[in-house]
Write a protein that binds this ligand. Sequence first.
Ligand code: PLP
Length: 475
Amino acid sequence: MKISSHAVARMLGTWQEGPGPAHQRLSDRLRLLILDGRISLGAALPSERDLGTALGTSRTTVGAAFRTLVEHGYLATQARTRATVRLPGDTAPRQPVRTDAETIDLSFAAPAAPVEILHAAFATALEQLPRHFERHGYDRHGTAELREAVAEWYQRRGLPTRPDHILITNGAQHALALLTRVLLSPRDTVLIDHPTYPHAITTFTQARARLLPVAVGSAAGPSPGSAMGSAGWDTEQLQAAGRVANLAYLIPDFHNPTGMCMSTSVRQRLRLACPTVVDETMTDLALDVPSPEPLALHMPTAISVGSVSKSVWGGLRTGWIRAVPPLLERVAQARPTTDLGTPIVEQLATATLLSEHQTRRSDALQHLRSQRDALRHALTEYLPEVHTLQPVGGVTLWATFREPISSRLAAVAPDHGVTIAAGPRFGVGGAFERNIRLPYTLPPDQLVQGIRRLARAEQALLHGATGTHTPAPIA
Ligand SMILES: Cc1ncc(COP(=O)(O)O)c(C=O)c1O
């Protein structure tokens, strides 16, 4: 399969930012795309010249990046043919399993929309919209309706909050990017949970920050099959790291990817010397434990970010920052270089969803529990050697293989009709090569099917990269 220069350029995104020579950044990015399965094994890359033109860089840079990939076994070249993607140690030509079935995407951790609830919220939003017609519609802080609804969401959680403590963003990721722009300078150090949310890693590294990972979860961990509850955050380690960091980024509520929740005692004791961003994207998804107290209740200087992406629907693209007004003013001032505000209709709909308490619906939580259970049963049945811990909330499960096969498994999985997120995406320095993150946001039958396909991919990998046996056709 040939892959066009424009498709590769799109996948590479902002590869030019970051330290080191351009050819090295390019080869690193291409290697990650291959290991993530986003550029399929066996795919023929565009010529050096075409890719150079699409990327606005020289043919020499692309040539040097390709040579590095060839040296490390990620590309095969032959005279007068396009370079093809392979894995180190993979000597035979690829024979992808043929399937007409649609690929099951286990790399995305987000639920489908609750259709009727969204219809009702948008109908209300459209009725309210004319209130805003007299003004221009640009508001860097967000509408009064949504700022009030978010402030009330915090009040219900026991954290006194006024609307002027809230700035509305286009999702939690946007909130994180805005805070990074305001709070970080090149070469600053950011304390992160390890593992953590991959787009946070990219956001900080693109701002040229250095990462200071602090492990979440003990090395031994709770016994297999037990719940991922309060284990995880080490107060002393966090505080020591906080003394040298310029910023901390924590996901204490149903952590992505492990599903762990920081215990109340750690919340009460934790004092970090640096500004701390608390990601509360998963807060409303408590499955087995009571909803956690906001970390800002114990750490009043904490800057919180949140959204309705996981509790309702990511397509709303609506989130927020909770902080003191002077910091929010700095964020608002920094905003116009990338955006001039959040769409009004989405804000009005989100305000209705929050004020009608639609972010903690018992039916949605029950669905998530049964999907999580289906995923865990499928793992026990089809991948029994994989070790998992029961996530107590959130939408993802962190699975551990016996062998360090995660990146190679992610690379071959699409051949078997499933995509996954490899463990190293959630860490730094190549860590988590034995882990993969599995979301339970799809219906149970698709989760079971996805795990069956993953088990076949693992078999193919362990019996030789191209499969020395004929895998059963994908059902
Ligand atoms: C921990 C965490 N933070 C932030 C985000 C981004 O959320 P949003 O869709 O609101 O931008 C995600 C999405 O996966 C997430 O898992």
